[in-house]
Design a binder for this molecule. Structure first.
Ligand SMILES: [Fe+2]
Length: 355
């Protein structure tokens, strides 16, 4: 038995061949899949990949399938993917809060799906979807997803392997799950916390580690992400007061991602910082609050995504759009002003005053 079309034929020009084990639900087949010698039609062009199809292709020994070149899931399917992920995060938190056994398998599958989407660089959609969710829903769940996504991108930038990325993403997504063990009155207290209340808050990383271990999640990267997300490179963090490389890279990555997304988010008591200001802050805290390695990887991964195309006002009174970002100098981008481009790296006298 032989699959009738193979990688390299003309269909590849308008499509992309993927091994069957890399097919994902929601992809669209770019051509019929038949098997010889009977020319039996297994699946048709335009069919949407689902579990039954993958099972059928495997059982027939099919190795590759042509997927539409823009093989992104269609918009509504992608929206469904993000909403389903959010729901799974919500379900997970609720189950833990109610002391029920959460469905870790479903949650892990959702994170793997997210990791796959990131690998395809289908980033713009995820950021837009998260921004929409943020407008509609509570802060915490979206913040968790953002930190998980950010950690995934940073770890990819640093060369983590796929399984490591998924485990770190799981931990980063769940970094604040220990807050479920902190009284609501303390979490939502509008004024300053007393020393005693702050001591209770500082327990949330340890509570999170205990919750996850009791749920059977014990991968070191995952637990480090939760345990160390409030540690600071200079040793001024909590709960352990570790400094420098005493903090694992997983902890360093989660810490910088957590701060980045916290600063850029609107909160009831303050407006979120613009990304440019936030990147500048992250850059200024290299080797202080954050490890250089993690901070540089965050800026390298995220600054082009956030800053390219952004409208900015310059200190000389002109305004334009960010054309290009050098991750080493995220606060000195090239800016298009009408027909000309000004590279702020070469113009120290000009600053971005608002974005
Ligand atoms: Fe936290």
């Amino acid at each position: 038995m032989r699959q009738q079309h193979q990688p390299g034929d003309e269909a590849e020009m308008a499509s992309r061949f993927l091994p069957v084990e890399r097919l994902q639900k929601g992809m669209t087949l770019a051509g019929d899949i038949r098997v010889s010698p009977s020319d039996l039609l297994l699946c048709s062009k335009g069919d949407i990949v689902n579990s039954a199809m993958i099972h059928k292709l495997r059982s027939w020994g099919i190795e590759y399938a042509a997927i539409e070149h823009s093989y992104d899931m269609r918009r509504e399917q992608r929206e469904h993917c993000v909403k389903a992920l959010r729901q799974k995060v919500y379900d997970l938190f609720t189950a833990v809060a109610l002391r029920r056994s959460p469905s870790m398998l479903a949650f892990t599958e959702a994170i793997e799906e997210m990791a796959f989407a990131i690998d395809r660089l289908d980033l713009e959609f995820f950021w837009q979807a998260l921004a929409q969710l943020k407008g509609k829903d509570g802060y915490t769940f979206v913040h968790c997803l953002e930190v998980g996504l950010g950690a995934l991108l940073i770890s990819k930038n640093l060369g983590f392997k796929r399984e490591q990325r998924v485990q770190l993403c799981l931990g980063a997504t769940l970094h604040d799950i220990g807050k479920l063990g902190v009284p609501q009155a303390i979490l939502t207290k509008p004024g300053a916390l007393t020393a005693e209340e702050f001591t209770i808050i500082k327990n949330h990383p340890a509570i999170g580690v205990t919750l996850l271990q009791s749920s059977g999640m014990s991968h070191p990267l995952l637990l480090h992400a939760v345990d160390e997300h409030h540690e600071r490179y200079d040793g001024a963090g909590y709960p352990h007061g570790r400094h420098g490389d005493q903090i694992t890279l997983a902890g360093q990555i989660t810490a910088v991602a957590d701060v980045f997304y916290a600063l850029t988010s609107d909160r009831p008591y303050r407006k979120g910082w613009c990304p440019l200001r936030t990147f500048e802050y992250i850059h200024s805290q290299r080797g202080v609050q954050f490890s250089r390695e993690a901070a540089d990887a965050l800026i390298d991964s995220l600054s082009p995504l956030y800053l390219t195309g952004m409208q900015v006002l310059l200190s000389d009174g002109s305004s334009g759009t960010v054309e290009e970002v050098d991750p080493r100098f995220p606060h000195r981008p090239s800016v298009r002003l009408g027909n000309r481009i000004v590279d702020l790296r070469d113009c120290p006298e000009i600053a971005v005053i608002s974005a």
